[in-house]
Design a protein around this ligand. Structure first.
Ligand SMILES: [Zn+2]
Length: 308
């Protein structure tokens, strides 16, 4: 069985302007990192275009329309202090949504064990009716709700190891006992949510905030708390919000992860999925802003996925 790799050229048309950390070159860094012969076995697929119906699984109709209406004909438009639109952003967002839904369908159909989506814009900060933190629509949450509509997938877990708390995913999952969200993130840090006390309506949220300077040892301790909760939840599909901005070289935060930590956490998630979810894992790119560290960390993550 192979690992699927979803991309789309529209990710290169979401231009966030000069000096923005969530920039087009991130995609080039990922593509370059996965271009060597050791990645020849990756099954590369172009993401299909998602639909407004996919987006409405997580977002209000009013919010969705407001995002598309804000897409400028030229230049840039700003949805919040960090979240910028260019003429190609609406289409890029639709393909980012379509990619994760297709990855869920392909893994569910048994076409591969697992999949990695390297599409922009990222998603985990986007809330029901609000763009935040470079995110327009919550790709991973949309993929999880999409998965729940599949036969044989009754429970979906998202594990988020981006350095920032996945506030949008937590909000989308809060009241749903069949959805589980665990986040390992720096605190204090943007967006300020994600304390251990935020547990969801059904105890289905597990937050593991780490102080600045935390590294691989603290990551392993945090996973030690998440793992039993995830095992109790017993997912049919494991999804990953794979941000690589907890890397020690990343300019946006102060955690101290290295490439080997991404290999380790990916292997742990794969082992958990093998135990209870028939090995099904769908991972999607969130943050990661030092392009060298991003490329090497994505390579470590995908190498582990391919080894499953
Ligand atoms: Zn982040």
């Amino acid at each position: 069985m192979s690992t699927l790799f979803y991309t789309h050229p529209s990710s290169l048309d979401h231009d966030t302007g000069p000096g923005h950390p969530e920039r087009i070159d991130r995609v080039h860094a990922v593509s370059k990192a996965l271009s060597g012969p050791e990645f020849d076995a990756l099954e590369r697929r172009e993401a299909p275009r998602g639909s407004v119906w996919d987006i409405k699984r997580v977002h209000s109709d009013d919010y969705m329309q407001s995002v598309f209406a804000a897409v400028p004909e030229s230049g840039f438009a700003q949805l919040d202090a960090d979240t910028v639109l260019s003429p190609g952003s609406g289409e890029a967002a639709l393909f980012a949504v379509g990619g994760i839904c297709a990855a869920v369908d392909s893994v569910h159909a048994g076409e591969a064990n697992n999949a990695f989506c390297a599409l922009r814009p990222p998603g985990h900060h986007a809330e029901h009716d609000r763009a935040m933190g470079f995110c327009l629509f919550n790709n991973v949450a949309i993929g999880a709700f999409h998965a729940l509509e599949s036969d044989g997938i009754d429970r979906v877990a998202v594990v988020d190891f981006d350095v920032h708390h996945g506030n949008g995913t937590q909000q989308a999952f809060w009241d749903h006992k069949n959805l589980f969200f665990a986040s390992i993130h720096q605190s204090p840090c943007y967006p300020g949510t994600g304390s251990e006390r935020e547990r969801g309506a059904h105890g289905n949220i597990v937050n593991m905030p780490l102080p600045p300077g935390s590294g691989g040892e603290e990551l392993r301790d945090a996973w030690g708390f998440i793992r039993p909760a995830l095992r109790d939840f017993s997912p049919d599909l494991v999804m990953i919000s794979a941000g690589f901005d907890a890397h020690r070289a990343d300019p946006l935060a102060q955690l101290d992860f290295v490439e080997a930590d991404y290999t380790w956490i990916t292997d742990e998630l794969l082992a958990m999925a093998a135990e209870m979810a028939q090995g099904r894992v769908v991972s999607t790119l969130e943050g990661g802003y030092d392009h060298g560290a991003l490329g090497r960390s994505v390579a470590a993550h995908v190498r582990a996925l391919m080894g499953a």
